[in-house]
Write a protein that binds this ligand. Structure first.
Ligand code: FAD
Length: 347
């Protein structure tokens, strides 16, 4: 006997707020499950933008992040566009370099370009027919009772959209999290460390990397440090982490050079005196915040992931990796509860 024709099963609508690293990867996870996925991102589509503003130029991808990429078939592609770093290379003031391996022979972490990784993940998410990316959508507010979200567009217009599940991947200053703060028994802390960070570029010399490329270079200097990660265009991005008080003491070009002569003398010929004098004052040092909160969900309506749930300081090299791991953990929870999250909350 023929089975009676059935109407289409109502699909769960998942709204991922934030199309950064964790949001775009998460969209792939939800799309793979067959949910109707909509990503809402405040910025324009970075794949079309002339300038892409992000929180750093490159970052270190480690095993836990790779596992999550593997889940959605993205590991190989991302790894092929990364530069293996087998060890830390410690630079002493005298210029001596000493490697400290990351693990056993053959083990490494990868330096990846943030903007490129984000673009690849957005493209991967968009390739699922059940995923829609919405740019220029700033989440203003949402209701934990109805799941209705209000987005503001650049032209000032507003859109109201409803979802069954809202996934807050909108970073350390999450707008999704604001609703959590209004609720009883939600624990939240935000801490700024006294340090800021500044990125400087070390260009190639005679078309080659200015230092050995397969290392994460570190200049540890007690209360501050500089690190450098390689990029595919043979530049290095150097990041100086230092207390704001010390950044503020350096006010002239000559003081910059004096400071580098005292603490990072081997980098002066590599970065170049003129570049250093110019780039040090190009942008002010950026603040670093860490965020802790719990619980990470409101009933079966909303869940926070990535920096929105747990931002850590950059020099752990774990923020993105931990956020990627969130996608796997949540995927496991979905399996465990057969996609019925209402069971999870009464555990
Ligand atoms: P974000 O990357 O902050 O993305 C959030 C997205 O949400 C953005 O696209 C934003 O535009 C969007 N958004 C924000 N508000 C709204 C809104 N109201 N409506 C809609 N969209 C919104 N981690 C590592 O693992 N390894 C490293 O080596 C490393 N290095 C770092 C170096 C530096 C200098 C810094 C600052 C961080 C580093 N991190 C590193 C941490 C890593 O950058 C973060 O953990 C990671 O970016 C978190 O991803 P996310 O998607 O949760 O948040």
């Amino acid at each position: 006997m023929e089975e009676p024709a059935r109407g289409p099963r109502k699909k769960t609508v998942v709204a991922v707020v934030g199309g950064g690293l964790v949001g775009s990867l998460n969209a792939c996870f939800f799309a793979k499950r067959g949910f109707d996925v909509e990503v809402f991102e405040i910025r324009e589509d970075i794949r079309q933008a002339k300038i892409v503003r992000g929180r750093s130029i490159n970052l270190a991808l480690s095993h836990r992040g790779r596992q999550a990429l593997k889940h959605v078939g993205m590991e190989e592609k991302v790894v092929s566009q990364g530069i293996p770093m087998n060890a830390r290379m410690i630079h002493s003031i005298s210029g001596k370099q000493s490697p400290i391996p990351y693990g056993k022979k053959g083990q490494y972490i990868l330096s990846v370009d943030r903007a490129n990784l984000n673009k690849e993940l957005l493209t991967a998410a968009e390739a699922y027919p059940n995923t829609k990316l919405n740019f220029d959508h700033k989440l203003q507010d949402w209701s934990a009772e109805t799941g209705q979200m209000t987005f503001v567009r650049l032209d000032g217009s507003k859109e109201h959209i409803k979802a069954d599940l809202i996934v807050g991947c909108d970073g350390a200053f999450s707008a999704v999290r604001k609703q959590f703060l209004r609720r009883s028994r939600f624990n939240y802390s935000q801490t700024y460390i006294p340090h800021g960070y500044m990125e400087l570029t070390m260009l190639p010399i005679n078309g080659e990397f200015a230092m050995k490329p397969n290392y994460l270079h570190i200049w540890p200097r007690n209360t501050f440090m500089m690190i450098a990660l390689p990029n595919l265009d043979k530049t290095f991005t150097c990041t100086l982490f230092m207390p704001f008080d010390d950044f503020e003491k350096i006010t002239t070009e000559d003081e910059v050079i004096k400071f580098f002569q005292e603490y990072f003398p081997d980098t002066i010929p590599l970065i170049g005196v003129d570049t250093l004098k110019r780039d040090y004052f190009r942008l002010p040092a950026q603040a670093m915040v860490s965020v802790k909160c719990s619980p990470h969900h409101i009933n079966d309506k909303c869940v926070l992931m990535g920096d929105a749930a747990h931002a850590v300081v950059p020099f752990y090299g774990q923020g993105m990796n931990a956020g990627f791991e969130d996608c796997i953990v949540f995927d496991e929870i979905m399996n465990q509860f057969n996609e019925d999250l209402s069971k999870y909350i009464f555990r």
